[in-house]
Design a protein around this ligand. Structure first.
Ligand code: AMP
Length: 438
């Protein structure tokens, strides 16, 4: 089925062709016509399936077809996503898909200056892509006119709930016009998500592509037994293979990620780390260098396990088993995206074996874990450096892995207030916001 048969606007089709997409992915085939029709959708799809285009292409089409001068200065489509990186990525996609369409796009996320975001909110835009925390913050100060929002997308909704964004989402959504089309995308369909759809959607159509928690079919999963003290040695051993060109390594903690990265650098392996203790500009720079192929390895905490779309990641390493087993699926989904193939390698310590059995239940298949052929399991673990030792002694080091960002702080603002014309406030001034961060 070609893209042309899905009812998309001609300018969008041209931009899609520029991207080199020849045919729609299953989630795109199923969602695009339904969204163009104006129906609310709950999309449950494997990560890396082309989900972003599945909602942005039809929304762009609807927006272009109804655009008129009354929309000036107002947000028409609001997309909420859990992380800054995902916001930036969605905005890049929207910009690429709308290059022939004259659509305005703005972003709003934490960790960077508020000023340009406030200016963009004042100007208004067709598409606003935001993390809930920063949007609540700026909306609370009265910036932006949300009285004409026609389309709302909650992307990675399950992740946003995990991150404690529910109170912020509730406040934001209550301030939007009830007459709107609402799309919700989630990797899993939990009871909480179902509650949210009942609250915010009208007769939504459920579109589910593939098994709910099955990892991308295109990823080969290899699991190797590895004593904790030999993990770094095993990583170096495997990285001797030049075929591992573009490698994403997941560590459990921020300090752990830094440690792995430093040790790779001492072995002259080009590498950077990305986690919540790094500034937004450091994170963007590291990601860009990885995307450009300037560095071979990116070491990340679970902040990068969702949404980050880097073409051509050949290998994903689970250096540490994920804390939340569901993250396994999102981590390994960073490779094998769209139509490419990839390999996911997981190091399994004796302590991880119980979790491995639970993971098998989640992915719905047996995961064989064996010894890595050619690796010397009898070798002595490298001695700990004084720094490792210090970290080990410090109970705080590495134990706190809050990758949450932009969470509503509460108390700074009385709630979103009216600022412009017939603006519909995000909550009433002087009243307490319901709920708060978990
Ligand atoms: P997503 O699941 O939205 O993060 O998309 C994963 C990757 O698939 C991105 O690199 C997209 O550019 C790419 N992609 C999206 N739709 C298609 C398509 N129809 N054909 C080939 N690649 C696609």
């Amino acid at each position: 089925m070609p893209f042309a048969s899905l009812g998309l606007d001609a300018s969008i089709l041209k931009a899609v062709a520029d991207q080199g997409y020849t045919e729609p992915t299953p989630i795109q085939k199923a969602s695009i016509p339904v969204i163009i029709e104006g129906t609310d959708v709950i999309g449950v799809a494997q990560t890396g399936t082309g989900k972003t285009a599945a909602f942005t292409l039809p929304l762009l089409t609807r927006l272009i077809r109804t655009k008129n001068s009354t929309h000036q200065g107002r947000v028409r489509c609001l997309i909420l996503a859990p992380t800054r990186e995902l916001v930036v990525q969605i905005a890049e996609n929207v910009a690429a898909y709308s290059r022939y369409a004259g659509v305005t796009v703005a972003t709003c996320y934490g960790g960077v200056s508020e000023r340009p975001q406030i200016a963009a909110l004042r100007r208004g835009c067709d598409f606003l892509i935001a993390t809930p925390g920063r949007l609540l913050d700026l909306g609370g100060q009265g910036h932006g006119d949300f009285s004409a929002v026609e389309y709302l997308v909650l992307d990675e909704a399950d992740r946003m709930l995990d991150m404690g964004f529910l109170p912020a989402i509730n406040t934001i959504v209550r301030a939007l016009p009830p007459e709107r089309q609402t799309l919700m995308f989630s990797a899993t369909l939990s009871r909480e998500i179902e509650t949210l759809t009942k609250q915010y959607q009208r007769s939504p159509k459920l579109i589910e592509v593939g098994r709910r928690t099955s990892p991308a079919e295109t990823v080969t999963q290899l699991l190797y037994e590895c004593p904790g003290a030999l993990k770094q040695v095993m990583l170096h051993h495997l990285l001797k293979d030049e075929a591992l060109k573009c490698v994403l390594v997941f560590a459990r903690t921020k300090h752990g990620a830094d440690r792995v990265c430093r040790k790779l650098q001492t072995e002259k392996i080009s590498c950077a780390a990305i986690h919540a203790n790094r500034s937004q500009s450091q994170r963007q720079r590291a990601l860009q260098a990885f995307k450009n192929g300037e560095i071979r390895v990116l070491v990340a905490t679970d902040i990068a396990s969702r949404g980050i779309d880097v073409d051509g990641i050949s290998h994903v390493f689970n250096f540490d088993f994920p804390d939340q087993l569901e993250d396994y699926v999102h981590r390994i989904g960073r490779t094998g995206r769209a139509l490419a193939t990839g390999t996911a390698i997981t190091f399994v310590t004796r302590e991880d074996l119980g979790e491995l059995r639970r993971l098998e239940r989640i992915v719905g298949k047996h995961l064989h874990c064996g010894k890595l052929q050619g690796f010397d399991y009898t070798q002595q673990a490298p001695p700990r450096t004084p720094e490792d030792f210090q970290r080990h002694q410090d109970p705080r080091a590495g134990s706190h892995n809050s990758e949450r960002e932009g969470r509503p702080q509460g108390g700074r603002h009385g709630g979103f207030r009216a600022s412009q014309g017939n603006y519909r406030p995000f909550g009433r001034p002087g009243t307490r916001r319901t709920g708060g961060p978990k």
